[in-house]
Design a protein around this ligand. Structure first.
Ligand SMILES: [Zn+2]
Ligand SMILES: [Zn+2]
Ligand SMILES: [Zn+2]
Length: 113
C-alpha cells in the first residue's frame, strides 16, 4: 500500500494545462498562450485598415478584399447612394423615399454593414 502521490496523474494534468488554448473571440483563431492571444488581438484587430470603402467607409484589410467588398456589397446596378448613410439604391425614387422616411444617418449604415 503506497501513500506516494501518483506521478502519472500529475503529469497528465500538467499536459492538459499545456494544451489549454486561447481562442480569439473576434476571428476564432486559436493561440497557444494568453500572451500570444493578446499580441494577436493587438496586431490583427487593433491596427488601422490600409483600405477603406469609399461608399460605406468600412475598413478593409487588403486591396483584393476591397474589390470583393465592392462587388458583393455595392452592386453596380445601384447608382444612387444616400449622402447621409451611404446606402445604395437602383432608382432615384427609392433613394428619395429612403432619405425622406427611413434614413437614420451614418449610424444606420455602420450597423448594417
Ligand atoms: Zn483574431
Ligand atoms: Zn462598402
Ligand atoms: Zn440614408
Amino acid at each position: 500500500m503506497s501513500t506516494l502521490p501518483r506521478p502519472d496523474l500529475r503529469s497528465r494534468a500538467a499536459r492538459l494545462m499545456m494544451m489549454r488554448h486561447f481562442q480569439c473571440i473576434q476571428c476564432g483563431e486559436v493561440l497557444s498562450t494568453l500572451a500570444t492571444l493578446r499580441s494577436h488581438e493587438r496586431v490583427v484587430h487593433q491596427r488601422r485598415f490600409p483600405y477603406y470603402c469609399s461608399v460605406c467607409g468600412k475598413g478593409i484589410g487588403s486591396k483584393e478584399r476591397l474589390v470583393g467588398h465592392m462587388a458583393s456589397k455595392h452592386d453596380d446596378s445601384k447608382k444612387y447612394n444616400c449622402s447621409k448613410c451611404g446606402k445604395q439604391f437602383a432608382y432615384q425614387k427609392s433613394l428619395l423615399t429612403h432619405t425622406q422616411n427611413n434614413c437614420y444617418g451614418l449610424q444606420d449604415s455602420l450597423l448594417t454593414n
